[in-house]
Ligand binder design. Structure first.
Ligand code: GLN
Length: 538
């Protein structure tokens, strides 16, 4: 097969935010991947933070972590899960990163006396990052780039200008512009309205970008004549007006786009050498399976940000995927850890079959999380602890079982005499640190004859991390004497990665974030084990 040239698909949005353009973009990625192409994807975010790592989950939802340790927008999680790929730090570009690079260069005198301006300096830096993204993996055929926000926002203008210039540089047949809009349905008159779409495309063309396809997000079916009208007013071919009707299961979006031949349109436009058809039979089978699910199980998710479910997006998805293995729908009971502190856990957890304590930062709500852990431990309720969930499990056991009443993490009590979880600089010898946190993928050796080994069926695994504090190995033997098995350790540093309890049906907690590696058709073993245990918990 002839090697394809550098090709980009740019995904923009108009009319309203939260259109799900990330899902459409990822679905196109899935279709193209199934046609034998290597896909890379990128998200350009117009905000000025360097990355979402420091933003409140209430502002931004979950922070998704890539294999190489970039803290990114949660949309990258959708890309990884839907396309079934792993992305890199090049995938995430923010205005903050772009401006910092340009201003650092300016201070170093690299612009040789020039006046630094948005065009060309900022736009050049954006284009450089787009090319870097395309080249990041070395085998990319098509790079799908989503521009965050809505056309017309002041913040995103340099990004639109950069992609306009990119078409000039790469040519029409190497760039494809896909614009997503909302087509509202007016119940009273029973009609759909295309005017906002027309205005949004007008805005886009004013920036010099003529879309090649328009994706209309709608609640109802869009008739042929409305599609024709959009095509005429927005200056695109009839077949390039695609409806993206609301679906129950997000994987259906890819199938709907395929039905309307959006992948064919893109393949023709970009002149891609690839298979003539995307075989999506396993996805069709998965959707059919999901639609026929009759059983259900409810687990409690105990966290601080439960009001915004997006804060736990990858965990939610991972629970769902594990449920599919057992033809079971997993319902989540959201438990606010702070409120739990003044409630009776017996009452709160009476209708759940499992408890999960995900990651988190800061003291607020930790007492409630420990109450949940204690309840799961003492009542044989299947338990999965993730990151902070593992740290608090060890603290709870230290306080309750080992009798170390003031045991704590130095994150919550720097003066404690029993620093169970600590920032131990000498433990970091020899391992590379990203920022101040341990970020990205690290190895974990799994101890034989453990639950973890039964689930992973491997001796050495790799998982993604995002945390600052570690278990203090000085306490290890004391825990071991009291029924804690350290079933996974980092082979290079001996840091604790995974624990489980001896006399408990399923009490597993890990320092890493397994939720970032779970995929619809490849659910993560720890989640599969956990959901299996909840189903057995009669
Ligand atoms: N706050 C803890 C730490 O920094 C746990 C972090 C997390 O759960 N992601 O180590």
């Amino acid at each position: 097969m002839m090697k394809n040239k550098m090709k980009f698909i740019f995904v923009t949005g108009g009319v309203v935010s939260s259109l799900g353009k990330g899902i459409s973009a990822a679905s196109i990625g899935r279709l193209l991947k199934r046609r034998g192409l290597n896909i890379f994807s990128m998200k350009l975010d117009p905000y000025l933070n360097i990355d979402p790592g420091t933003m409140s989950p209430y502002q931004h939802g979950e922070v998704f972590v890539t294999k190489d340790g970039a803290e990114t927008d949660l949309d990258l999680g959708h890309y990884e899960r839907i396309i079934n790929t792993s992305l890199t730090k090049e995938s995430s570009v923010t205005s903050g990163k772009v401006y910092t690079t340009v201003l650092d260069k300016e201070r170093k005198g690299e612009f040789l006396g020039a006046t630094i301006q948005i065009i060309p300096h900022i736009t050049n830096e954006i284009k450089r990052r787009l090319y870097d993204g395309f080249n990041a993996k070395g085998d990319t055929d098509v790079c799908i780039v989503e521009i965050g926000g809505t056309v017309g926002d002041i913040e995103s203008l340099p990004f639109f200008e950069a992609i306009r210039q990119l078409r000039r540089e790469l040519g029409y047949e190497n760039t494809f512009f896909m614009h997503n809009t909302l087509v509202p349905y007016l119940k009273t008159s029973g009609e759909i309205k295309t005017k906002p779409t027309q205005h949004s495309v007008k805005e886009l063309t004013a920036l010099g970008i003529q879309p090649d396809a328009i994706l209309l997000r709608t609640e109802v079916d869009i008739d042929k004549s409305s599609k024709k009208k959009v095509a005429l007013f927005c200056n695109v071919n009839d077949e390039a007006v695609i409806s993206v009707k609301d679906v129950d299961i997000i994987y259906e979006v890819a199938l709907n786009l395929q039905k309307q031949h959006l992948d064919d349109l893109i393949v023709d436009h970009l002149k891609l050498n690839c298979k003539s058809y995307a075989d999506m039979s396993d996805w069709q089978a998965l959707i059919k399976k999901i639609k026929n699910i009759k059983k259900e199980v409810t687990v409690a998710l105990v966290g601080k940000y439960v009001k915004l479910h997006d804060a736990y997006l990858s965990v939610m998805e991972s629970l769902k995927y594990a449920g599919y293995v057992y033809d079971t729908k997993v319902n989540i009971k959201w438990v606010d850890s702070e409120k739990l502190e003044s409630e009776d856990p017996k009452e709160v957890f009476k209708d759940v079959k499992g408890i999960i304590v995900p990651g988190g930062f800061g003291t607020r709500g930790t007492e409630g999380k420990k109450m949940a852990i204690k309840y799961a431990r003492e009542n044989n309720i299947p338990f999965l602890g993730l990151c902070l969930g593992m740290q608090l499990s060890l603290i709870e056991i230290a306080q309750d079982v080992l009798g170390l009443k003031d045991a704590n993490s130095t994150e919550f009590n720097p003066d404690t005499t029993n620093k169970i979880i600590d920032y131990l600089p000498d433990q970091y010898k020899g391992i590379k640190l990203g920022g101040t946190m341990r970020l990205g993928e690290y190895e974990c050796k799994i101890l034989p004859n453990t639950k973890a080994h039964d689930l992973y069926k491997q001796d050495l695994i790799k998982e993604r991390h995002r945390h600052r504090y570690e278990f203090n190995n000085e306490f290890k033997s004391l825990f071991e004497k009291n029924g804690v098995i350290f079933s996974g350790v980092n082979p290079q540093t001996n840091l604790c990665e995974l624990i489980e309890l001896k006399n408990h049906p399923f009490f597993v907690a890990c320092q890493y974030h397994p939720e970032f590696q779970s995929r619809p058709l490849l659910p993560h073993p720890l989640f599969v084990g956990f959901i299996g245990a909840t189903i057995n918990n009669k």
